[in-house]
Design a protein around this ligand. Structure first.
Ligand SMILES: *Cc1c(COP(=O)(O)O)cnc(C)c1O
Length: 376
């Protein structure tokens, strides 16, 4: 059997080993100086006053919603076309998500759908805007709407570290932004995340909640429930080495994307996730689309055909308003008869995009795609 090609495999090397080795040599395993360094560098990258590193991106979203005061019975708007971790923390806090469709330009939150949602639900406590597959949402349009309604944005930039919107970095657009360093993301700590903000009060509260909400007393006084959401110093040490690789990783992923596009350009019914003119995407995952009615396989069938060749591919995220766990939640579409997130789910496939996708291995993926499409 040929070796497996993954969708987005984690990759570390000598620099991460050296960083973790020096942390171990200094006995800085759980706590240590690598965490503060990681947080400072993330804040510089995002252009925010500060950052709090966390155990995961999901934990960072949970902390963000908690410090914004979201609780039982509150409504929180959230992009529908995303991974479940964007919305799950809303329910952790007893609040209700209301899902918002995408626009066709970037597949991110549709300003039109957001406006309609406000007509029905004028008082959400936050709007979670996702930067999908390495591309920032249209923050000028979305921020204007949220500012009018005086509702804070939580920017879920888990998939978009390194992406820009009008030359400004993804992660810095919300009242709070979050990153993920899960194994499949563009940079990884083997599991980790971060929360970013300009608001020192929110950052301090998040830092406290992430460490079990201890009051400054010798005997561990608690006036409310906290979480165990801190990152370890070892993971942060690896993260610092990963940050040095960000530009290389973006270049590599964009090259992978361009090779797919060039190699499949002769097949008319094939397209790709658009890159909106307002920003530069990282192409964290290369997403190919297949026109319906053109005799091509459905996304799941293509994934199965690739799996038979030991290649991992996935359909586009199943929208949250289609998920059994969220079926009772409201959903607002981009157009009267147009649900962009449903169209993306029906036509899109995420192709292997990680650091192990060398040119040779990508040629294997491309040949397998052409064979499955009957264009071999
Ligand atoms: C990965 C991801 C998360 C969660 O991050 P974890 O670090 O895996 O907890 C949240 N939102 C989106 C859009 C993601 O892709």
């Amino acid at each position: 059997m040929t070796d497996r090609i993954y969708l987005s495999a984690p990759k570390m090397g000598e620099a991460e080993l050296a960083g973790m080795a020096s942390a171990i040599a200094a006995d800085e395993i759980a706590m240590g100086t690598a965490i503060a360094e990681f947080e400072a560098r993330l804040a510089v990258h995002a252009g925010t006053k500060g950052a709090v590193a966390a155990a995961s991106g999901t934990a960072a979203i949970h902390l963000a919603l908690d410090v914004l005061g979201i609780g039982s019975g509150d409504i929180v708007f959230c992009s529908s076309l995303t991974f479940a971790a964007s919305a799950a923390p809303v329910r952790y806090l007893g609040a209700e998500p209301v899902f918002i469709d995408s626009e066709p330009e970037s597949w991110n939150m549709s300003p039109d759908a957001l406006k309609r949602a406000f007509e029905t639900h004028p008082n959400p406590k936050a709007v979670i805007i996702v930067d999908l597959y390495g591309q920032a949402a249209d923050y000028d349009a979305l921020s204007e709407i949220c500012t009018t309604h005086d509702v804070p944005i939580v920017e879920d930039a888990a998939e978009a570290l390194g992406a820009t919107y009008k030359e400004r970095p993804a992660g810095g657009f919300g009242k709070i932004g979050i990153y993920s360093f899960n194994g499949n993301k563009i940079l990884t700590t083997g599991g980790g995340g971060a929360l970013l903000s300009d608001d020192e009060t929110l950052l301090t509260r998040a830092r406290n909640l992430a460490a079990q909400a201890r009051e400054p007393a010798l005997h561990y006084e608690h006036t409310r429930l906290g979480y165990n959401y801190r990152i370890s110093n070892l993971a942060a040490a690896a993260g610092n080495a990963q940050l040095d690789r960000l530009m290389d990783r973006i270049t590599q992923r964009r090259e992978v994307f361009e090779r797919y596009r060039a190699a499949l350009s002769d097949i008319e019914a094939i397209g790709f996730m658009p890159e909106a003119p307002f920003g530069t995407a990282t192409r964290w995952l290369s997403v190919m689309t297949m026109e319906s009615g053109a005799g091509l396989p459905a996304p799941a069938a293509l994934c199965e055909a690739l799996e038979a060749e030991n290649i991992e591919a996935r359909p586009v995220w199943k929208p949250m308003h289609r998920q059994p766990v969220f079926t009772d939640c409201a959903y607002f579409t981009h157009g009267d008869n147009q649900s962009v997130s449903d169209d993306a789910f029906a036509s899109g496939v995420c192709l292997p995009s990680g650091p192990d996708v060398t040119e040779d291995r990508q040629n294997r993926v491309i040949a397998a795609i052409r064979k499955a499409l009957g264009k071999g």
